[in-house]
Design a protein around this ligand. Structure first.
Ligand code: GCB
Length: 595
């Protein structure tokens, strides 16, 4: 009993601590279709490698009255950076910087009768936000949006926003200390002030009920003083006018049926949906599809599908910067299309919102992932709370995007890590509780490979809809027999198997090495690994999809071979300059086959 009491007290204290530190609000649904004032463009910046900005109270600008007044810092004369955009790629002295940068923008605003929210698409990794010298709050997590209400704080005239963006790695951060991508820091996605009516449609979920091709099961939630209202959902193309009423908490369940043209990679159909109440109205484009597993099959709209996927990092290889614009997104997605994919695994964190929308328009299914990557410190008492916040924010943003078919909750965590199983099992339950309509998966690489036989055993697969596994046979681990003779012992025999990563590095242009001498780093070696992998795929029972690691070569600090890598992970099928390697053609041909 004493133990339980102690645990409860710790939890209450934690909740109080979190409430006082992580007090940004989850961003409202579909802020993109609301009236807004963009704060994108130039912001003044002060880098703060010595972490002095907090005790020097950078958010209170010194205003010297006379020439002899002492002051030590000032945004006057400071360099400017583009927002959105990571700071590493914009200032050469910040190229590999991991620390705090203070951003400042002055904006002319008006007090209004409506409500105003300061919205950030993402700040990596943590953000402290000040408005007119007052701290609004903080947010932790580099890849999801958040907001603060500023209705009562706005002044007529100039208003100042200061943000401390800090991409220092944290031992109890998500991801933790080590990861294989560039830690692009700063205000990496858009910033704007969103305007809403006094009582507004804060959130809604409009998707097909799990397993149904015709029944929409959803909900809507209002925020404001006037919570009990009539709600109308209209879909003009289908002559749907559905009415309901919110309860005293502003919540209403939605349920209606229709004969939808279903969304699929072949026909990425979306419908205009208008949600209205007396005080507000919002429009969205929503597609309808069902995704489920049945035994070892993955069913899209009730039909078995083979997933032809590719891994993508959120980096524009040409700009050598974090991707954030529709133009960046299209570059990556068009390449995925050209390769012949029907799904993109957006590794290893939620990518920008437009990426999902563009993918949906192009008929690409999306695998969206949390940055719970390798060495996350599950035993730290704050970590489960951070995981839950990130999960909730990821689902809140994209739950109406039918393209998202998989929530991937973790990548390559280790069973021996204290508290790993409990933390991830709890998170899986939480995810299914928030959204029961999609597949939920964990990506695992704990399988054994000995005597040319795989053994897939990790009990975390019991909580995963897919047996998603990363294996690098032919690269990190040598083949132990013929690829066509690999044997499989899968302890979860009635689930679809998905090879979520495989591959090898090659420096584009390292060619014409005879096949029998093909050495590591040559295009021929990479090509051979792909040929062998494809041979091996034929031996995998219940294989329902594959996903090479990865589309483009990308920047990573852990990849410093002076000749072949030079700061790049070279497992791309395409170089960072857009040149296709030989292995690209192997996968392109494989994806052309009917499966
Ligand atoms: C993996 C990781 C991925 C790495 C990749 C590699 O297993 O999931 O993030 O970048 O291997 O290149 O080693």
């Amino acid at each position: 009993l004493q133990k339980i009491c102690k645990a409860q007290i710790i939890n209450v204290l934690l909740a109080v601590f979190l409430a006082s530190t992580t007090n940004a609000q989850t961003a409202m649904a579909n802020g993109a279709s609301r009236n807004s004032t963009s704060l994108n463009g130039k912001w003044k910046v002060l880098s703060d490698p010595g972490a002095a900005g907090d005790w020097k109270k950078v958010w209170i600008e010194p205003k010297p009255q006379k020439k002899t007044d002492f002051f030590e810092y000032s945004f006057d004369g400071a360099p400017e950076l583009n927002v959105p955009g990571d700071f590493n790629s914009q200032l050469c002295e910040l190229a590999f910087y991991e620390g705090a940068v203070w951003y400042k923008k002055t904006v002319t605003l008006k007090k209004k009768n409506s409500r105003q929210f300061l919205y950030f698409g993402a700040v990596n990794y943590s953000a402290d936000v000040y408005f007119n010298e007052e701290k609004l709050g903080s947010h932790e997590g580099g890849f999801t949006p958040f907001q603060f209400e500023i209705t009562d704080k706005v002044k007529d005239g100039d208003n100042t926003i200061i943000v401390k963006a800090d991409n220092r790695r944290l031992e109890n951060g998500i991801p933790g200390l080590g990861y294989d991508w560039l830690n692009y820091g700063g205000i990496t996605r858009e910033v704007k002030i969103i305007e809403t009516p006094k009582t507004y449609i804060e959130d809604y979920s409009i998707q097909l009920e799990k397993g149904s091709l015709s029944n929409v099961l959803g909900w809507i939630r209002l925020n404001g003083e006037n919570l009990t209202q009539k709600i109308i959902v209209k879909m003009p193309e289908l002559n749907i006018v559905y009415q309901t009423k919110t309860n005293s908490n502003g919540y209403a369940k939605l349920e209606f049926s229709s004969k939808f043209k279903l969304w699929s990679p072949q026909n990425p159909k979306r419908y205009l949906v208008i949600v209205e109440c007396n005080t507000d109205s919002i429009a969205d484009e929503i597609g309808f599809r069902s995704i489920e597993t049945k035994g070892s099959e993955i069913l899209l709209n009730k039909k078995p599908i083979f997933i032809k996927a590719i891994n993508i990092h959120e980096e524009n290889p040409m700009k050598k910067a974090r991707a954030f614009s529709s133009e960046d997104d299209r570059l990556l997605l068009n390449s995925a299309k050209e390769l012949g994919c029907n799904l993109v695994r957006l590794a290893h964190y939620p990518h920008n919102e437009d990426m999902i929308k563009e993918a949906e328009k192009m008929g690409l299914m999306v695998w969206s992932e949390l940055p719970i990557y390798q060495n996350v410190k599950f035993s730290d008492s704050l970590v489960p709370h951070k995981m839950q916040d990130m999960l909730q924010e990821m689902i809140a943003r994209d739950k109406n995007r039918c393209a998202v078919v998989v929530w991937s909750l973790s990548n390559e965590t280790y069973p021996g890590t204290p508290n790993r199983d409990k933390a991830l099992i709890d998170l899986t339950k939480e995810c299914k509780g928030i959204d029961s309509t999609r597949l939920v998966t964990h990506v695992i690489n704990t399988q054994g490979y000995a005597n040319n036989s795989f053994h897939i055993w990790d009990p975390l697969y019991n909580y995963s809809d897919l047996v998603a596994l990363n294996e690098y046979i032919g690269w990190y681990i040598p083949w132990q027999g013929k690829p066509s003779e690999v044997k499989w012992k899968i302890d979860f025999s009635n689930k679809p198997v998905f090879i979520s990563e495989f591959g090898a590095e090659a420096l584009y242009g390292t060619r014409n090495v005879p096949a029998d001498q093909a050495a590591y780093w040559s295009e021929e070696y990479q090509e051979q690994v792909y040929k062998n992998q494809i041979e091996m795929f034929n031996t995998i029972p219940n294989l329902r999809g594959v996903c090479p690691w990865l589309l483009y070569d990308y920047r990573s600090l852990g990849r410093m071979h002076p000749v072949y890598q030079k700061g790049y992970n070279r497992k791309g099928l395409i170089s960072e300059n857009g040149e296709k390697k030989k292995a690209w053609h192997i996968i392109n041909n494989y994806y052309k086959e009917d499966k």
